[in-house]
Design a protein around this ligand. Structure first.
Ligand SMILES: NC(=O)c1ccc[n+]([C@@H]2O[C@H](COP(=O)([O-])OP(=O)(O)OC[C@H]3O[C@@H](n4cnc5c(N)ncnc54)[C@H](O)[C@@H]3O)[C@@H](O)[C@H]2O)c1
Ligand SMILES: [Zn+2]
Length: 368
């Protein structure tokens, strides 16, 4: 195995470690032993139908060989599983298998499984411990920080809680089975962490693009480590998003509008956020009077295979602005956007005027 990297999320008694490296999945039982999970504790692995055939059996065998009683629940793949229906099915399964307050949930999969399994863990018998075992690049963002949620038919992530995992065990080797589009999409959030916080990381990503996209070690683990480092730092300062944590939403208010207008099938989350980051960077230039930042952001994102303009969209500016106002981050009618004062330095700007947004959108391609 390559080098094992470790990061700590400092949240007092809710502090935990993130372990990152290639091949960690084969050693989950030894991490559990280090975490003092004893073999009388039942373990429920929650995964999805794409990930299960690839990785669940190995994990199950490792845990059973170490003496753990292990159960597995496989949800359908995709966003539709973050539903009340799936949540109820898992609860029923857990009760039928006689899981109890000492039991442990392992979330094996991408952000969908992490959010769903985390929400199950946060509410089963008023909360049982859970461990994130992410298998997508994008999940560096969802597995760290403790936001867990399911969707309501009327909106995404409307039912959830803040519930920190006991640990994150991140095996970068699992990325090799990801479809190419998921790799690019995952890198959108890695690039986001760099753009809002860490100029040396931006430079590193510019230089090491080929190795990163070829999923080459040690570059891959380094990219995930540095992205998690930004997320960890921000979350440690503001666990419940009352202040600085909002900067992690850079590009997201635009992105959510594009995802929603495209009915969640035209763009992946990472693609929509990528376009959103370029537009937010252009808006930043007009507000702060800077130059060159948006071009650099756009160049970097397209180098990572991501769209930087709305070529496939046929939406009007008023449709986009209206969707942005429907975002759950809009408070009392004030549209607050994360902007870049300069590269590596983001802030939440309150009450951005719709006229300014319209002006920037007018300059974008694919918008009428
Ligand atoms: N909680 C948070 O802070 C937070 C942050 C960002 C995103 N999210 C959530 O994350 C979700 C998106 O996460 P995602 O992009 O990982 O989506 P996902 O979990 O749906 O995974 C994407 C696809 O890849 C498949 N897959 C996963 N791992 C694989 C592997 N190793 N090999 C092959 N296929 C694999 C999945 O089955 C799925 O089809 C959204 O629901 C979003 O709301 C949450
Ligand atoms: Zn995101």
């Amino acid at each position: 195995m390559d080098q094992l990297r470790q990061l700590n999320v400092e949240l007092g008694e809710r502090s935990y470690s993130i372990w990152i490296g290639a091949g960690l999945l084969a050693k989950v039982s030894s991490f559990l032993q280090d975490l003092k999970i004893d073999s009388t504790q039942k373990i429920l692995i929650i995964t999805d139908e794409h990930v299960a055939p690839l990785y669940a059996q190995h994990l199950l065998k490792d845990l059973e060989d170490a003496g753990y009683s292990t159960y597995i629940y496989t949800a359908p793949a995709g966003e539709k599983s973050k539903s009340l229906t799936e949540y109820e099915k898992i609860m029923t399964y857990a009760i039928e298998q006689k899981l109890d307050r000492q039991s442990l949930v392992l979330a094996l999969g991408g952000g969908v499984v992490g959010d769903l399994a985390g929400f199950v863990a946060s509410t089963f018998m008023r909360g049982i411990p859970f461990i994130q075992i992410p298998t997508t690049i994008l999940a560096h963002d969802s597995s760290v920080g403790g936001k867990v949620a399911i969707n309501h038919p009327l909106g995404k992530n409307l039912i959830g809680s803040f519930y920190q995992p006991l640990a994150v065990i991140y095996d970068t080797q699992t990325f090799h089975s990801l479809p190419e589009r998921e790799i690019f999409s995952g890198f959108a959030e890695v690039l986001k962490e760099a753009l809002i916080w860490d100029v040396p990381f931006v430079e590193w990503l510019e230089v090491h693009r080929d190795q990163c996209l070829a999923l080459q070690e040690p570059y891959l683990s380094e990219a995930i480590y540095r992205a998690c480092q930004v997320k960890t730092f921000v979350v440690s300062k503001d666990e419940k998003e009352q202040g600085i944590r909002a900067i992690l939403n850079f590009g997201h208010t635009f992105g959510h509008a594009f995802e929603s207008l495209g009915r969640y099938s035209e763009y992946t989350h990472g693609e929509a956020v990528s376009i959103g980051m370029v537009i937010a960077a252009r808006l930043s230039e007009s507000i702060y009077g800077t130059a060159g930042v948006a071009d650099r952001v756009s160049k970097l994102l397209s180098a990572y295979g991501l769209p930087v303009s709305l070529e496939r969209g046929t939406w009007s500016i008023s449709d986009i602005v209206e969707k942005m106002y429907a975002d759950k981050k809009v408070v009392a009618g004030s549209l607050n956007l994360v902007l870049l004062k300069e590269l590596g330095s983001a802030e939440l700007v309150q009450n951005v005027s719709p006229e300014l947004i319209e002006e920037v959108l007018k300059k974008g391609e694919g918008i009428t």
